[in-house]
Design a protein around this ligand. Structure first.
Ligand code: ADP
Ligand code: MG
Length: 695
C-alpha cells in the first residue's frame, strides 16, 4: 500500500464517517486524519475491571455488567428514562434525561449490557446518570479493556464511543504508514530529549496499563509534553516571523515635535506619573522609526493609559498624519470620545466619531472627512475598519482593551494604512495584566510598555466577601452610602453569554432594589439599551443624578465616575478574576475610601473561595493575573473569548509554562538552521486560524 499522508487524508476515508459526522468533527476543529490524532484525551478511565453492583458506593466510578430488569419512562420535574440493572449481587438504577425511543427499545428488559459511570444518590437510591454503555450479544464475547480508556472532548450529538472508535481507526493507520511527518529537526529532538512524534501520539491515546490515571491532567505524559512543545514552538515561530515581516515594512517616521504636546500637558490638571512618562518616551522612540511600531501598553485599571495614548496621537497629528482609536464597546468608545474632545478640541484638533450605529447621513459625511483628511482623530468601535472606510493618511492606530479584539481585527485596521502605502504604527492598550509567561508566548510579536504605578492620591479599594444570605444587610449599606452623598454600582452577572438574558436579570434586580430602596435614585445600564438611553443613564450617574447604578458587566471597562465609592458584585464566583479586578477598578477613583462587596452564592466551592480571597487580599492586577493562572488549574486553556489570545490545542500555557524557555531556544535553532520547517509547522498547528500570517 502506498503511504498515506495523514495530513491530507479526508475523514470520510474512515469507516462509519459520512458527511453528517464529518460536520460534527468540523465543529471540534478536526478536518483530516492528522487533526484526529492531535485531538487528545481529556483524561483516562480504568475499565479493565468489572465491579459487582453490591460493591458500588456513591461517588465511585464503576464498570458494571448485568441484565436490564425494568425499563420505564418516569415523569417528575424532568422526564427521564429509568432502567434497573441486576447482576445477581445487587440492583442499581441507570437514568437518562436525553433519550430516544430507539434507545428505550434497545434497553428492553432481558438485555445484557456493560456500562460505565459515576454512582450518585438519586431518586431511587444509587443511580448512574447517562452511563456510557454497550449492549452485549449472547453470541459474541465482549473483551474487557486491557489498557486505560481515553476520554475525549466531544460535542453534542457525537458520542464518546463513536469518537473513540474513529480515533482508533486513525491510530491503526498510523501503525501501517509512516506518513505523519516529524518536523522537529533531529538536533532539537536530541537536545530536549523529546520522544518521536508517532510514539508520542500513541502514548497519549493508548497509555500503558500502569500509567497514572491523572497523567493527562497533570500534563506529565511525555508524549503530550512533546506535542505541547511543538505547538508552542510553532506559535512562537509564527510570531517571530510576523515580527520580522513587520520590521521590514515602512512606516512614517514621526519625528517632528510641536507646541501641541506642551500645550496639552499644561492644560491637564495633573502631572504625568514617572511610569506614564517612561511609557510615552518608549512610544515616542518607536514612532520616530521607519518601521511600524507594534507596542502593547499594559497598565492596571486606573493607571492612566488614556493620557499616554493621547500624547501618542498628538505626535502623529502634529506630523500631519491621521489617528484611529478603536474601543471594543460603544460605552467605552463614547467615553474616549468625550475625553479626547475635551482635551484636543481646544487645541484645534478635529476629532470624529464613528460606530456601527451612526446614521447613514452622518456616516457619509464622517467618511468624507476621513477620506479628505479633514478629520485628524477618529474614535469608534470596530466600525472603523470596515471596508467602506478610507483614510487619507493613517499614521497611528490605537486599540484599547486588546483582549476583546482578535488578532485579525488588529491587522484589518492596519491594512487601512497600507492601502496608501504607509504602514501605520500600532499601539495596543490593555488593562488585563498579562503574566510574564503568557506575554512571552502570546505576544512575542509585540513590544511592551508597562505603567506600573497608579496616579497619586488613590486609596486602595477595600474588598469584602459576603454571602447572599446577608443580602438585606448589603442593601441597607447601600442606602447608608447614598444618604451620605456617595454613589454605588450594583453589578449583575450571569453565566450565559446572551446579552438579552443579562439584561433581563439586571432589570429584575433593578425592579426589586427600587422597591426596597424607594428614596434612592436608581439607574439601569445594560447592553440592550439604545446608545442614547445608555448615554443618558451614564451621564446622569456621572452628574450624580443617579445614585445607584444597576448594571451588567457592560460597565467593566472604561467608565470613570470618581464619586462612586461602593460596588456590589452579585455572584462574583461566576466571573474570572481578571474580570472582577476590572470591575472593581470602577471604584476607588476618588480620594475617599471605596468598598467592593463580593456578594457570593452559597455554597462556594473551595477553588471559588480561594479565587475570591485573592481579590480580597490584593489590588495588584499583575499579582491577581499570576494567581489566576495558577488557580485555574491544569486543563483549563485560556479561551479566545475570554482573553482574545490565541487558543492552543494541546498546550496549556499555565501548566506548560516550564517548556517556554526551551521553546525559545528551539525556535532560534530552527530560525537559524532549518527555516524550511517553519511553514509546515505553522501550517500544522495554526493553519487556517492565522491565514493573514502568510505574508
Ligand atoms: P486606564 O488606564 O484604566 O484607562 P484612565 O486613563 O481612564 O485609566 O485614567 C483613570 C483616571 O486617572 C482618569 O480620570 C484620568 O484623568 C486620571 N489620571 C490619569 N493620569 C493621571 C495622573 N498622572 N495623575 C492624576 N490623575 C491621572
Ligand atoms: Mg482605559
Amino acid at each position: 500500500m502506498a503511504a498515506l499522508n495523514l495530513e491530507q487524508l479526508s475523514l470520510t476515508r474512515l469507516k462509519g464517517v459520512g458527511p453528517a459526522l464529518e460536520e460534527k468533527f468540523r465543529q471540534l476543529g478536526i478536518h483530516n486524519v492528522q487533526d484526529l490524532l492531535f485531538h487528545l484525551p481529556l483524561r483516562y478511565e480504568d475499565r479493565t475491571k468489572i465491579h459487582p453492583i453490591r460493591s458500588a458506593r456513591v461517588g465511585n466510578v464503576v464498570q458494571l455488567q448485568g441484565e436490564v430488569v425494568s425499563n420505564a419512562i418516569q415523569f417528575g420535574r424532568r422526564r427521564s428514562l429509568h432502567c434497573v440493572l441486576s447482576d445477581g449481587s445487587g440492583l442499581i438504577s441507570l437514568r437518562f434525561f436525553h433519550f430516544s425511543a430507539a434507545q428505550k427499545n434497545s434497553l428492553a428488559p432481558g438485555t445484557q449490557i456493560r456500562c460505565y459511570g459515576e454512582v450518585r444518590r438519586g431518586r431511587s437510591g444509587m443511580e448512574i446518570y447517562h452511563p456510557e454503555y454497550k449492549v452485549l450479544r449472547a453470541d459474541q464475547e465482549e473483551p474487557i479493556a486491557d489498557q486505560l480508556t481515553a476520554i475525549y472532548p466531544t460535542t453534542e450529538g457525537l458520542q464518546q464511543g463513536r469518537l473513540r472508535n474513529v480515533i482508533n481507526q486513525a491510530l491503526d493507520l498510523l501503525d501501517n504508514s509512516e506518513e505523519l511527518v516529524d518536523y522537529l529537526p533531529a538536533a532539537v529532538i536530541k537536545k530536549f530529549s523529546l520522544p518521536p512524534l508517532t510514539e508520542s501520539i500513541k502514548l497519549i491515546h493508548r497509555p500503558p496499563i500502569d500509567a497514572p490515571l491523572s497523567w493527562v491532567e497533570a500534563g506529565s505524559n511525555p508524549g503530550q509534553q512533546r506535542l505541547a512543545f511543538e505547538e508552542l514552538l510553532s506559535h512562537r515561530l509564527c510570531m517571530r516571523r510576523f515580527k520580522r515581516f513587520n520590521e521590514q515594512q515602512v512606516a512614517p517616521a514621526l519625528t517632528d515635535t510641536t507646541e501641541l504636546t506642551a500645550q496639552f500637558l499644561s492644560s491637564l490638571q495633573f502631572e504625568l506619573t514617572g511610569a506614564q512618562q517612561r511609557a510615552y518616551s518608549e512610544i515616542a522612540q518607536d514612532l520616530s522609526s521607519v518601521s511600524p511600531m507594534l507596542r502593547l501598553l499594559q497598565g492596571d485599571v486606573g493607571s492612566g493609559k488614556t493620557v499616554v495614548s493621547a500624547l501618542a496621537a498628538l505626535k502623529a497629528i502634529s506630523n500631519g498624519y491621521q489617528v484611529a482609536l478603536m474601543a471594543p464597546t460603544e460605552i467605552l468608545a463614547e467615553q474616549h470620545y468625550m475625553n479626547f474632545m475635551q482635551w484636543l478640541d481646544p487645541l484645534g484638533i478635529r476629532v470624529g466619531w464613528l460606530s456601527g450605529k451612526t446614521k447613514a447621513a452622518t456616516r457619509k459625511s464622517t467618511l468624507a472627512d476621513l477620506a479628505s483628511g479633514t478629520t485628524q482623530l477618529i474614535i469608534g468601535t470596530h466600525a472603523l475598519f470596515q471596508e467602506s472606510v478610507d483614510y487619507q493618511k493613517l499614521g497611528l492606530v490605537i486599540i484599547d482593551e486588546q483582549h476583546r479584539f482578535g488578532v485579525h481585527q488588529r491587522l484589518a485596521l492596519r491594512d487601512k494604512g497600507e492601502a496608501a502605502n504607509i504602514n501605520p504604527h500600532q499601539l495596543v492598550m490593555t488593562a488585563t495584566p498579562i503574566p510574564r509567561t503568557l506575554a512571552m508566548s502570546a505576544y512575542a510579536d509585540l513590544d511592551c510598555s508597562v505603567i506600573d504605578e497608579l496616579p497619586p492620591g488613590r486609596t486602595p479599594v477595600n474588598t469584602v466577601l459576603i454571602s447572599n444570605e446577608r443580602r438585606e444587610e448589603v442593601i441597607s449599606r447601600i442606602e447608608q452610602a447614598c444618604k451620605e452623598g456617595n454613589q454605588a454600582y450594583w453589578v449583575c452577572t450571569l453565566i450565559e453569554e446572551s446579552e438579552s438574558l443579562q439584561a433581563q436579570a439586571a432589570e429584575a434586580t433593578a425592579q426589586q432594589l427600587s422597591e426596597q430602596l424607594p428614596d434612592i435614585k436608581l439607574g439601569l445600564a445594560h447592553g440592550r439599551l439604545k446608545p442614547e438611553q445608555k448615554q443618558l443613564v451614564m451621564n446622569a450617574f456621572k452628574q450624580g443624578d443617579v445614585q445607584l447604578l444597576v448594571a451588567t458587566t457592560v460597565i467593566e471597562v472604561g467608565v470613570d465616575v470618581p464619586n462612586a465609592s461602593l460596588m456590589v458584585i452579585e455572584n462574583p464566583e461566576r466571573l474570572g478574576m481578571a474580570q472582577l479586578h476590572q470591575l472593581r477598578g470602577r471604584v476607588g477613583r476618588g480620594a475617599i475610601q471605596s468598598h467592593c462587596i463580593l456578594l457570593y452564592q452559597v455554597p462556594l466551592s473551595n477553588n471559588g473561595k480561594q479565587r475570591l480571597s485573592v481579590l480580597r487580599e490584593s489590588t495588584d492586577g499583575f499579582y491577581i493575573a499570576e494567581k489566576d493562572l495558577e488557580l485555574r488549574g491544569p486543563g483549563q486553556v485560556l479561551g479566545t473569548q475570554q482573553t482574545g489570545l490565541m487558543t492552543f490545542r494541546v498546550a496549556d500555557i499555565g501548566r506548560d509554562a516550564i517548556l517556554l524557555d526551551d521553546v525559545k531556544v528551539a525556535s532560534e535553532e530552527i530560525l537559524q538552521n532549518a527555516p524550511q520547517l517553519i511553514d509546515p509547522l505553522i501550517e500544522r498547528w495554526i493553519g487556517d486560524r492565522l491565514d493573514f500570517i502568510n505574508v
